[in-house]
Write a protein that binds this ligand. Structure first.
Ligand code: TYM
Length: 342
């Protein structure tokens, strides 16, 4: 057989996502909705995954706390399986181009459009007028810059980020229409099965780093015994049947979702297995399945944090790779909008 010509290398799809360092530990929602997608995708894409420390700044954290949480968040991303040989892992503030692109996009974002962002409306209502800063208002534009600066085509996130992704798509389309094809219009990568993991104590609300009580939030860096206790006291409902019904049984449905995600089994299979069993059986099964996966992640993250230099090396390398891509986009954008070259 004659030699086949080597096919030209095709560029892998560019994928980007960031995680905010707003807590000492990430939680189960962050893991299933985001981190696990990053890890699954990284083998078949050109992945850029970062810690959104500039976004976290709008909560006005103590400087030492922000620094520590940034390292912890990066360590958990790596411990969850992100491989620095395959993916670019970086800290957002290490790449000044993010804020440079943000200003340009700010100028092309309508005040009305930014005012309609539901996360802004919810958070500003909670904080009150006097405690709402401009950073919270322009937060989605910085997020759009994070994505567009790498010309990402897919963005793995949880359901709560969908509206921000729509704004990003809109900004990309508007920019392209006015200045010529510059940005791919990015697609959200949101899995219906894990895009919205609910709080164990309040299954009507998403699991969140800013939950009023930690009792319903399963943390990656938590002692596995404590997490098992949280599952044991998860809110279910007054019935006895283990059945997936989000409207009438949000707590049980959330536990079934989590168990399905960690065992790879379907919800109907699990319903059949737990038919006639008590809620307690389901809770133990979920806690065991979750801990089997999370315990080694916790150990790896704590080891990386204790060791120190390896994490810094990975982030320095990531910054270098990310910066090269981001700077090139900013130069292109500055030129297109008419800023004079130096
Ligand atoms: P953050 O830090 O709140 O959350 C990180 C990721 O976890 C997902 N997530 C969930 N998924 C399922 N169930 C839940 N209960 C749950 N809670 C959180 C989030 O959707 C997110 O994917 N604005 C972003 C950070 C960001 C970003 C970006 C994301 C900044 N720039 C650019 C993508 C692209 C945020 O606050 O995520």
């Amino acid at each position: 057989m004659p030699d086949q010509p080597t096919p030209a290398p095709t560029a892998l799809p560019r994928v980007l996502s960031l995680v905010q360092p707003t807590a000492d530990s990430l939680h189960l929602g962050n893991y299933l909705g985001a981190l696990r997608q990053f890890v699954d995708l990284q083998h078949s894409v050109d992945g850029f995954f970062g810690v959104a420390d500039l976004h976290a700044l709008n909560e006005l954290p103590e400087p030492a706390v922000l620094r520590e949480r940034t390292r912890r968040t990066a360590a958990q991303m790596i411990a969850a399986g992100l491989d620095p040989e395959k993916s670019t892992i970086f800290v957002q503030s290490h790449i000044p181009a993010h804020t440079q692109l943000t200003w340009v996009l700010d100028c092309y974002t309508g005040f009305g459009q930014a005012s309609r962002m539901t996360q802004f409306k919810d958070k500003s209502a909670k904080r009150g007028f006097d405690s709402t800063n401009l950073g919270l208002f322009t937060y989605p534009v910085l997020m759009a810059a994070d994505i567009l600066i790498y010309k990402a085509t897919r963005v793995p996130v949880g359901e709560d980020q969908r509206q921000h992704l729509e704004l990003t798509r809109d900004l990309a389309e508007r920019f392209n229409a006015r200045f010529g094809e510059t940005f791919p219009v990015p697609e959200p990568h949101i899995l219906a099965s894990v895009g919205k993991i609910q709080d164990l104590q309040n299954p009507e609300a998403k699991m969140s780093k800013s939950a009023t009580s930690p009792a319903g939030v399963v943390e990656l860096l938590e002692d596995p015994k404590k997490n098992a206790k949280k599952f044991k006291s998860a809110v279910t409902d007054s019935g006895t049947e283990i059945r997936f019904d989000e409207e009438n049984k949000p707590g049980v449905s959330n536990l079934l979702r989590i168990l399905a995600a960690f065992t790879g089994r379907s919800i109907p299979e699990l319903e059949a297995e737990f038919a006639g069993k008590m809620y307690g059986h389901l809770k133990v099964a979920v806690a065991d399945a979750v801990n089997d996966t999370l315990a080694p992640i916790r150990e790896r993250a704590l080891a990386l944090l204790a060791e120190g230099t390896e994490l810094d090396r990975i982030l320095a390398e990531g910054a270098e790779k990310a910066e090269a891509v981001a700077q090139a986009t900013v130069r292109e954008v500055y030129d297109r909008v008419g800023l004079l070259a130096r």
